[in-house]
Design a protein around this ligand. Structure first.
Ligand SMILES: [Zn+2]
Length: 462
């Protein structure tokens, strides 16, 4: 069996791993590279594998850095089934269409610029029609149900506890078991269950986003959120929360609902200003099979934690623009979470320069993104061609992370070997170099596993 690592090798985006066994070629994830111009150029580069030669694509979850190149893969020849959980298929329906829409807008803008310079137009990476076509190849696979891929290869998905429908992928081939962690969730994340701990594997491919950091606990998360909301109101400014449309927005709503019920914050106006987040919230409501006990109970009691007094969902552009005229204590959740596209740019443009406003980061900000620059303390940033001064308060709550922290990762990998099948090799992916190096040292010293951090496109016989 051979594994090659074609993305998320020494970086956190563009996840894509190829497994070849007995003539079968299975791709795990097909993610988009994100975080600045240089990374995004990689999305246009030639495939390191022939799309038509792949038999299956298995998706760990719907985040674009794991699924964003699927429409291009299909457009350029992949005809096999796409296996993933039912919730992921529903989320992909809105996320890939949204991503395609961004691609279309960007290429239109670039083409107009090129036309003025006498250059030919450029094609979008893929279109909304390509995204819709690619999903016709999706086949649902429930957690814990083995699927026979032929050639003696089976695949089983387990709950990764990262976002709704996220999966750990377990592949059995040639008498060996390979486990891909996908993105592993943070224990105690609202709504969804904790990551499943598997106990047997021969090879483990694990993410390492927070391999060098520990998150504060759940109570800190809720307290810091309450403080950010009350603090902004005291300053008389707006609270802008760049939030991933899928997962983070629903978790925030869930926590805000609990804070309001416990009277730890006073009522007010909360805007969910992202069509994608609004669609994703509807999908959450449909997939109670992914909920943890607390969320199940809330819904069973006929309570809707995503709809409380004061919450307003703004789908149209006009409704969104109207928010810009409001000042004084409104709370705006908008995407994208790393501030590289979407309506959040308008809200940052209208609020970053106001000393009374607060920008609250609740998710990982990759290097090269606007979110990272603001978080790193830059005093001026460019937004949609305009120079904007950063005078607003900038705060960050790390405990909202959808990723396991160092302790969570070590706990998850430490569960292997409990029934005798200890991994003979661990590959670390999906992390920036310092994070991978720290985690590699700990996994090796504490558990004695040989650890490899693959280079981009590096392949291994296992
Ligand atoms: Zn993810």
């Amino acid at each position: 069996m051979r594994i090659s690592f074609h993305g998320a090798a020494e970086t956190v985006t563009g996840s894509s791993h190829l497994v070849e066994s007995g003539g079968l070629r299975v791709l795990i994830d097909c993610g988009m590279h994100q975080g600045g111009h240089e990374a995004e150029e990689l999305n246009h580069s030639p495939w390191p594998y022939e799309p038509a030669s792949l038999d299956y694509l298995i998706l760990t979850h719907a985040h674009i850095d794991h699924s964003g190149l699927v429409p291009r893969l299909v457009k350029e020849g992949f005809r096999g089934p796409i296996l993933t959980t039912p919730a992921t298929i529903d989320l992909l329906g809105v996320m890939l269409a949204d991503s395609a829409h961004i691609q279309e807008m960007e290429s239109e803008w670039q083409s107009r610029k090129r036309q003025r310079a006498g250059l030919p137009p450029i094609e979008p990476l893929y279109t909304v029609a390509d995204a819709e076509r690619s999903l016709l190849q999706a086949r649902p696979l429930a957690y814990g149900t083995p699927a026979d891929l032929g050639h003696g290869v089976t695949v089983t998905l387990h709950d990764a506890g990262h976002i709704l429908g996220s999966a750990i992928v377990e592949l059995e081939a040639e008498g060996r078991r390979v486990v891909f962690s996908g993105d592993l969730g943070n224990r105690g994340t609202p709504i969804i269950r904790d990551p499943e701990r598997l106990t047997a594997a021969d090879v483990v491919v694990m993410e390492s986003t927070y391999g060098d950091r520990l998150h504060p606990g759940k109570e800190d998360r809720v307290r810091e959120l309450a403080e950010a909301i009350s603090g902004t109101r005291a300053h008389g400014g707006n609270l802008i929360i760049p939030s991933f449309a899928v997962g983070r927005t629903q978790e925030l709503l869930y926590d805000i609902n609990l804070l309001l019920e416990a009277r730890r914050i006073s009522p007010g106006r909360f805007f969910i200003d992202s069509p994608l987040a609004i669609s994703a919230t509807e999908i959450f409501r449909r997939h109670s099979e992914c909920f943890d006990d607390e969320a199940r109970k809330l819904f069973a009691d006929a309570e809707d934690p995503f709809h409380f007094p004061g919450v307003e969902y703004t789908r149209t552009a006009d409704e969104s623009k109207a928010i810009n005229n409001l000042s004084g204590g409104v709370i705006i959740l908008s995407a994208s979470g790393m501030c590289d596209a979407g309506r959040i740019l308008h809200h940052l443009k209208h609020n970053l320069w106001r000393p009374e406003a607060t920008i609250l980061f609740v998710g990982f900000q990759a290097q090269g993104t606007l979110g990272r620059r603001i978080l790193d303390g830059e005093k001026h940033v460019r937004i949609m061609g305009e120079d904007i001064a950063v005078k607003a308060h900038v705060v960050s709550i790390e405990a909202f992370s959808a990723h396991a922290d160092q302790a969570g990762l070590l706990d998850w990998i430490g569960a292997f070997g409990q029934n005798g099948r200890r991994p003979s090799r661990v590959f670390l992916v999906h992390g920036e170099p310092t994070s991978i190096t720290t985690l590699a040292g700990l996994v090796h010293d504490r558990l004695g596993y040989p650890v490899t951090a693959p280079q981009p496109h590096e392949g291994f016989e296992i």
